[in-house]
Design a protein around this ligand. Structure first.
Ligand SMILES: [Fe+2]
Length: 299
């Protein structure tokens, strides 16, 4: 008994320390990831694409807001937001203020489930077991996603929710297509289906959740760069092992970062581990919150 009590106290102290690290330190330890992607036609000038995702912003997160705002210093040519931007009724003006000067740059976006539905506490074991509960059908959307969408559109950003788009950025002709969030069954790929314009300099597919059945369709239609979020990189990861769960159909190895899709070629897939967390699970471990700067280069 004499040795059991100190051992129990030591385990408890380690647990409290890890929880404090995950909720206070790592959750606010934002990282900028940088990747070169050889995907442009020969002779094209490099293009800088800033990819943000899963901000899950609540009004009190001032460190996160100021970090996002400073991303404008990277001088991106294009901003891509793959959704889950807000987590509170009052978040829209704070999110727009965080973007700040980034809204004056060319941008595109899709929405995620958390832009529509306020977060609710969930049993983490159901998350790990990938519960099939149809929780999103419990009621209509209760977050101001239309205001969020309208403000980004008013700033000139392209809404790619089940839509195609076309942008010329720094002289590079981009054919774009996106789908709404498959996690809540709002994806309608048939609305964007068909061969991507081979006359464009680059074809980009944008989606919130990197669901293989959708990624496969983008690749089959000729999209060469696929951008997604949703996974949070696993959010609570094991050092030297990585992602435990992806919360969708993508494999653990491609739950974050830049990879080929399919693995033997075809397209490039970048999955952002995202900048935030649900307010009900405010912790990240071995998976820092992130934004990514993709430098697109000639093949
Ligand atoms: Fe998310």
């Amino acid at each position: 008994m004499r040795t059991l009590i100190p051992a129990t106290a030591a385990v408890g102290a380690v647990g409290v320390g890890l929880a404090g690290y995950a909720t206070v330190i790592e959750r606010n330890w934002f990282a900028l990831r940088q990747f070169d992607v050889p995907v442009l036609p020969p002779g094209t000038r490099p293009l800088r694409v800033l990819h943000i995702s899963d901000t899950h912003l609540t009004p009190g997160r001032r460190r996160l807001m100021s970090w996002i705002r400073a991303l404008d210093d990277l001088d991106p040519d294009l901003v891509v937001n793959t959704g889950d931007s807000i987590s509170h009724q009052d978040s829209v003006p704070y999110f727009l203020d965080s973007l700040g000067p980034l809204l004056d740059r060319p941008g595109v976006f899709v929405l995620g489930s958390n832009d529509l539905y306020a977060p609710v506490p969930k049993n983490p074991m159901r998350y790990i077991r990938r519960s099939k509960t149809r929780w999103w059908e419990r009621r209509g959307p209760d977050l101001p996603w239309e205001k969020l969408r309208d403000e980004m559109v008013a700033a000139g950003w392209l809404d790619l929710n089940n839509q195609r788009g076309r942008l010329t950025v720094a002289g590079v002709d981009l054919a774009l297509a996106g789908v709404h969030d498959s996690h809540i069954k709002r994806d309608r790929y048939e609305k964007v289906a068909g061969r991507a314009d081979p006359g464009a300099d680059l074809r980009i597919g944008v989606l919130h959740s990197p669901e293989p059945r959708l990624l496969d369709r983008f690749v089959a239609d000729g999209y060469e760069l696929l951008l997604a979020g949703h996974t949070h990189g696993g959010q609570l990861c094991l050092p030297w092992y990585g992602t435990l769960v992806t919360n969708c159909g993508i494999d653990r190895e491609r739950a974050r970062g830049l990879h080929r899709y399919p693995a033997d070629g075809g397209a490039w897939l970048h999955v952002s581990a995202g900048l935030g967390t649900s307010p009900w699970a405010p912790a990240r471990f071995a998976c820092r919150p992130e934004a990514s700067l993709l430098t697109l280069l000639p093949r």
